[in-house]
Design a protein around this ligand. Sequence first.
Ligand SMILES: [Mg+2]
Length: 237
Amino acid sequence: MTGLTPRVFVDFDGTITKADVGNMFFRKFGNEEESLKAVEKWKDGSLSGAGLLIKEAAFVKVTREEAMGFAKSCEIDGSFKTFLSFCTANEIGVTILSDGLDFYITEILKSNGISGIPFYSNHTRFETTRIEIELPHESDCTKCANCKGYQILTQTGPDDVIVYVGNGYSDRCAVQYADVVFAKDDLLKYCEENNITYYPFDTFDDVLAKFSKITSSGNFRKRHRAELKRREAYLTE
Ligand SMILES: [Mg+2]
């Protein structure tokens, strides 16, 4: 045993859910063409994460009831619940970090019988037939509205081994500080391009197969580059 404790952080859209719920919501109730253009600008760095959300939200026409009905129809990866049970049985903390919106996270977790997991996301205020975005976790990061890297830095301590599971560009800030990374889709490409060690996964069955092996060996190790990045971030604060 290394005396280190794993802390698991999980992305929501396209990681816990089968599809990117935020993108689907903005395409369905907003302006699809404008959303696609804005997402491209965000990916190339010319639009901030906060700017992207506010731009997409400005086109949305939806009532709270319609939005909740849409959320209820979104499916999750069925093996996520098995993964959660494993973490609960082993007293391993799991936190959801999302640059998406709170209303669908709450609704999707509830409709799948998942409770007791903390999550950090952006906030949606419903105004009759439109929405306003509030950013309770805004930081200095220009890439994200709710920076997952910043969340990890503020929520973990020196004895934590940070495990991160994600799939997209909004996970870029998180993985630089994570010791154990599970990646798919755009995040996998990002890890490849930036020499960040990762385990590829498709579903939480794959994550659990690898993670349970690491857990049972008790051999949690910090990733050297992640540790240096964390130290660097604390020093420049
Ligand atoms: Mg995602």
